[in-house]
Design a protein around this ligand. Structure first.
Ligand code: DUT
Length: 145
């Protein structure tokens, strides 16, 4: 099934969104301006797009696997959550970047990827004194090998 969504581009210098190589249904996103970051510094990198997400959906943005190797940056929020309400004319998506080495990200470089996800159901919380299940154990409880 194909779902059509409205997209605004903030620049003509980036290529339009597309699937790359047909290997994944995540869609790559590109830097919309050249960004120079020194080691230990933080910058928001504009991604040059704003979207009107389908009703009931949000988007998740994560780095590409190769982003750290290529640019020495990590995404400070680990995963960006784009709310359905982030759909105003100036609600440009951005990538919050922390550089571990001096680096330059050039216009049109593919630095991250996104997919849309359905919202979770509304959750209500019922307080209890005991959860009547066996403890699973955590933090390596299943061993190393
Ligand atoms: O990596 C990100 C994270 C967020 N956003 C945009 C979309 C999102 O809907 C909005 C607000 O993000 P979030 O709610 O995670 O940030 P906050 O720090 O809690 O700000 P707010 O007070 O606006 O909710 O910023 C991005 O473009 N990239």
């Amino acid at each position: 099934m194909t779902q059509t969504i409205k997209i605004k581009y903030f620049t003509d210098e980036i290529e339009r969104l597309c699937y790359i190589g047909g290997k994944s249904d995540w869609i790559d996103l590109r830097a919309a301006k050249e960004v120079v970051i020194k080691a230990g510094e933080f910058q928001l990198i504009p991604l040059g797009i704003a979207l009107e997400l389908p009703s009931g959906y949000e988007a998740h943005v994560v780095p590409r696997s190769s982003t750290f190797k290529n640019y020495g940056i990590i995404q400070t929020n680990s995963m960006g959550i784009i709310d359905e309400t982030y759909c105003g004319d100036n609600d440009q998506w951005f990538f919050p970047a922390y550089a571990l080495r001096d680096t330059v990200i050039r216009v049109n470089d593919r630095i991250c990827q996104f997919r849309i996800m359905e919202h979770q159901p509304v959750l209500a919380f019922e307080e209890v004194t005991e959860l009547v299940h066996e403890d699973r154990g955590g933090h390596g409880s299943t061993g190393k090998q």
